[in-house]
Design a protein around this ligand. Structure first.
Ligand SMILES: [Zn+2]
Length: 389
């Protein structure tokens, strides 16, 4: 056979060989996959299953057995430590991550990751100084952003507002600026300075708060308080009144102070009309009580009652109806009076139970207003007016 014929026949002869080789390679590959699957310990799947069932205790026990069989596994040790922390077993979490840190293989990114977990364990165990130290060290590496978020949370917890501001500024990016939080941190500083009658510092921090967030109603409230405390009542009226442009819902929180600032200038009537005007424009405001009390002082019982009744009819709610029944009691016949009084006390009890401030983020309810939600740690999430919950 000459060379040319071989050149034609060879590929045809070898075709089944190539086919067999491909088939064999595929089989070997499948075998490897199956072998690897079998090499994953059953405890790993059981732990995963427990996690799906939200049973962290069982998940931790199963995973601990797997770790005993494979003590060198970095990922398993890291995860098991996290599970211990979630269960509140901080000592075990600390020991686990500490041991992992001492392993000669834990270097570079792996070391940063373990340090980040260890710092969270310390934070969770209340050893905040140690946690802070580690988070500070992590600021130059890949975990910098996460570490700064934890540092910001630690500084808020410690009420160290200057450091919280510094951290929030470092975290600020175009897509997430933290201006909202920064304004609140400056407000905390302003509030503390005002409490000590340190007016210049209070004014400086109010200005910084408004620079960070010009819609910050709290900054205007504090500014109004500063002006009133220093006897600048016209400026106080201006500061409180500007909340109407920032976020009118917060006007109920300054209603009485605004009136007092007018009254200090001998302009009681003007102050009262401003409050009535607010409620006519924004019926959701909770100003009915202050309006009634001030009307009673200035105009007497009949006119005060008339104003209050008109406002309640405009937007009837539990608080308004409670006030309305109180106003109407004196005009009622004795036969009606006892029943109306009973209805009023039932409404009064219901008011206590179901009319509250509520966090818009986590729905935490309270009779007291918070700027910083104690349940979810978000700022300015509480409804400025009590609502039926
Ligand atoms: Zn909340």
């Amino acid at each position: 056979m000459d060379n040319e014929l071989w050149m034609i026949l060879l590929p045809i002869i070898l075709l089944p060989v190539f086919f067999a080789m491909g088939w064999f390679a595929a089989r070997v590959d499948m075998k490897t996959v199956l072998k690897q699957a079998k090499s994953i310990p059953a405890g790993f799947y059981k732990s995963l299953d427990a996690l799906v069932d939200r049973n962290n205790g069982r998940a931790a026990r199963e995973l601990a057995e797997v770790v005993d069989q494979q003590p060198q596994s970095y990922d398993l040790n890291l995860t098991l430590g996290k599970l211990y922390r979630q269960r509140g077993e901080n000592d075990r979490a600390i020991n686990m991550h500490q041991a992992l840190l001492e392993s000669p293989d834990t270097v570079g990114d792996k070391r940063e990751r373990v340090l980040f977990e260890l710092a969270q364990n310390y934070q969770s165990a209340g050893l905040v100084d140690r946690a802070e130290q580690i988070f500070l060290e992590l600021q130059s590496g890949d975990m910098a952003r996460e570490a700064r978020q934890h540092l910001m949370s630690i500084y808020q917890q410690d009420r160290d507002w200057e450091k919280a501001i510094e951290m929030a500024q470092q975290l600020s990016r175009n897509e997430q600026t933290y201006q909202f939080e920064i304004a609140q941190f400056y407000c905390e500083l302003a509030q503390a300075a005002l409490f000590k009658s340190n007016f210049d510092v209070a004014r400086y921090n109010v200005a910084k708060a408004l620079e960070a967030n010009k819609k910050c109603s709290r900054a205007n409230m504090i500014l109004g308080d500063i002006e009133a405390k220093q006897g600048n009542f016209a400026a106080a009226v201006e500061a409180y009144g500007a909340i109407e442009q920032q976020n009118h819902a917060y006007l109920s929180m300054v209603g009485e102070k605004l009136y007092e600032a007018y009254a200090a200038q001998g302009k009681q009537e003007e102050g009262l009309s401003r409050l009535i005007g607010f409620m006519q424009t924004f019926p959701d405001l909770d100003l009915i009580n202050v309006i009634y009390e001030k009307s009673l002082l200035l105009k007497g019982e009949t006119e005060a009652a008339q104003t209050a009744v008109e406002l309640v009819r405009k937007k009837p709610d539990l608080n308004g109806v409670y006030r309305l029944l109180g106003l109407k009691l004196s005009d009622m016949s004795p036969a009606w009076k006892a029943d109306a009084d009973m209805m009023r006390s039932v409404i009064g009890r219901q008011l206590q139970k179901s009319v509250m401030y509520r966090c818009r983020n986590c729905h935490f309810k309270s009779q007291v207003f918070f700027w910083h939600c104690p349940a979810c740690n978000k700022w300015e999430t509480f409804t400025p007016n009590k609502i039926e919950v």
